[in-house]
Design a protein around this ligand. Structure first.
Ligand code: GLC
Length: 589
């Protein structure tokens, strides 16, 4: 697992992409092999950061009853499933990703009875509840770890990754150069057990030993437990990091073009993670997780359980592997190839979307632009065309052949609002990495429901756990419902169109592939009218013409389905005018 570089322009990866345009035949290769449809195909999954969605009891932190009170809002938006980041009991060092009990609810968020009610209420609205399953590590306050750390001979002695370290000039040192993603050595000395333990993340998040069959069994039991309680699926946290190379060999350092070792925001020498991430054994576990899900009978959800992966991998080939050679592993490994290009470059978007269409064995891609670990989509903005660019990204997300994963607040245009002073930072990585790494508070601010006190997130006068961004006066649900040109109404229309027009369940083919100002594509399902989508990637108006005869479409008549505010209806497909960062979606007549 590796978060994407934070902010625009810092991505060396983006520069490495070699842009090639694909022929029409290569593009259609996979179109007839798309797998049988599951409920999550073409679905909209909405990520909720429970601390920040809706506070129902006035403690400044969101909770399950708060989420429940907003289910109708989500239904009207067109959401098919909500993914809740961890709501289990936790010391909250990593705001829930340090779990101390996998079978209960943290009292801050509610009770198991509240969860059951939320699940039932959501199901009544045809909304699935997807749980976050953190398998790589537990909290250091979990009873498993407390026991494991208590001696070298206790029954759980081998449940975590323990090591003696090595003696260097009479001094004990960690066994190798592995570093935590959150700063410092990945090895922590435990004075009671007199050994080091490995932690990919915070010191308070010791890694489980996945080579121990007892650990596996315990976690598959947790998976079944939540399926019985009605989970519609799981988002598998840090899933690529379950295993470490048993040789404990050093990881090669990452070097810049002059051969100098790169130093990260925490002051550590950057390593390539080749011994700690994406080891092939992960696939075996994915298969077993899939089997455990498929063999659990009598689930309250009543449909197949979806397995989503937190999978920041470097290439489409690595992403493809995570579906499994027989499509028996993850259903939806998160595709960060498209959403984290981090630069409005039409050619790169074209290449990456085409790869998702043709190079995933016909499986469904999961597109995502932002989440609780990365700056929101406004990182793509040029500063002047915030709303236009937001609409365009939404068009890419919802008009592509994908499962669409969105983050709460995207639909109203919430923006990344990082703290400006170190003393205000809540996310420990921001405290440790300040000022280079400001942490993830900026993308976790409370949902903006209205322009009243605390933006309707919490009761008036309550100090909310993170401050409400100043723009809540205009950027909020209540005002946007009334404004036909709001971001919220654009999202609603995009989602409704994606669901109602059958072309959006068909194949996707890039058009005018030499045009690097406008990204355009065709959606076509057998026996249904085709749909053209065009997005202007520039701040200047553009005019584009389409000749679709290669797809058996000889008419140039088009009926507008959706367009950016202020766009004219085109007289024909020969001349479609787009405003700065404008979007046009039309049905070929
Ligand atoms: C995942 C989560 C992130 C968390 C980390 C450690 O990357 O998305 O928020 O800090 O895992 O559990």
């Amino acid at each position: 697992m590796k978060f994407m570089p934070r902010g625009i322009g810092v991505s060396a990866l983006a520069v490495l992409f070699v842009v090639t345009s694909l022929s029409a035949s290569a593009q259609t290769k996979a179109s007839h092999t798309h797998k049988a449809r599951a409920w999550w195909d073409n679905a909209v999954i909405y990520e909720i950061y429970p601390r920040s969605f809706q506070d129902s009891n006035g403690d400044g932190v969101g909770d399950l009853n708060g989420i429940m009170s907003r289910l109708d809002y989500l239904r009207v938006l067109g959401v098919d499933a909500i993914w809740l980041t961890p709501i289990y009991p936790s010391p909250q060092v990593d705001f829930g990703y340090d779990i101390s009990d996998y079978r209960a609810i943290d009292p801050q968020y509610g009770t198991l009875a509240d969860f059951d009610r939320l699940q039932q209420q959501a199901k009544q609205r045809k909304i699935g509840v997807i749980m976050d399953l953190v398998l790589n590590h537990t909290s250091d306050k979990h009873r498993w770890f407390i026991e494991s750390a208590s001696s070298r001979t206790n029954p759980k002695a081998n449940w975590y990754v323990w090591n003696d370290g090595k003696m260097v000039n009479g001094k004990r040192e960690p066994p190798n150069n592995w570093i935590s993603l959150f700063g410092g050595s990945a090895w922590q000395w435990d004075p009671a057990r007199k050994q080091y333990y490995y932690h990919e993340f915070y010191v308070q998040q010791p890694d489980l030993n996945w080579r121990n069959p007892q650990v596996r069994k315990a976690m598959y039991d947790v998976e079944r437990y939540w399926i019985h309680r009605g989970a519609a699926g799981f988002r598998l946290d840090a899933i690529t990091s379950l295993f470490e190379d048993p040789s404990l060999a050093n990881e090669p350092y990452v070097r810049d073009e002059n051969g100098k070792i790169e130093i990260n925001a925490y002051g550590d020498k950057e390593v390539d993670r080749s011994k700690t991430d994406n080891l092939p054994e992960v696939n075996g576990v994915l298969k077993q997780l899939r089997q455990a899900a498929d063999s659990t009978s009598d689930p309250k959800w009543g449909q197949k359980v979806v397995l989503i992966g937190e999978t920041y991998v470097g290439s489409i080939a690595d992403l493809r592997k995570l579906y499994g050679p027989h499509n028996d592993e993850l259903n939806l490994p998160m595709d960060t190839q498209v959403g984290f290009i981090n630069k409005l470059d039409a050619a790169v978007f074209r290449k990456k979307i085409t790869e998702a269409e043709t190079d995933l064995n016909g499986n469904e891609p999961l597109f995502v632009f932002d989440n609780h670990d990365n700056p929101r989509w406004d990182r793509y903005s040029d500063g002047t065309h915030m709303k236009e660019i937001g609409r365009m990204l939404a068009a890419i997300l919802f008009a592509s052949r994908d499962t669409a994963m969105m983050y709460y607040g995207d639909e109203i245009g919430m923006q990344t609002t990082p703290p400006t002073r170190k003393q205000d930072v809540r996310d420990p990585i921001g405290i440790r990495g300040w000022p280079k790494e400001k942490g993830r508070d900026g993308e976790r601010t409370p949902m903006q429901w209205n322009s009243g006190p605390n933006a309707g997130f919490s009761k008036p006068g309550v100090k909310t756990w993170l401050p409400i961004p100043n723009n809540f006066i205009t950027v909020n649900v209540k005002d946007e419902v009334r404004d036909p040109d709001s971001m919220l109404n654009w999202y609603k229309q995009m989602i409704a169109l994606r669901k109602s027009n059958p072309a959006f369940r068909g194949r996707e083919m890039m058009l005018n592939t030499n045009n690097n100002q406008v990204l355009s594509w065709l959606r076509q399902a057998k026996g249904e009218p085709a749909v053209v989508v065009a997005c202007n990637f520039t701040a200047q108006p553009q005019t584009i013409g389409f000749n679709l005869s290669a797809y058996g479409l000889h008419s140039t008549r088009v009926k507008t389905l959706l367009k950016s505010p202020g766009t004219d209806d085109p007289a024909s497909l020969k001349q479609v005018k787009l405003q700065a960062f404008g979007v046009y979606i039309g049905q070929v007549e």
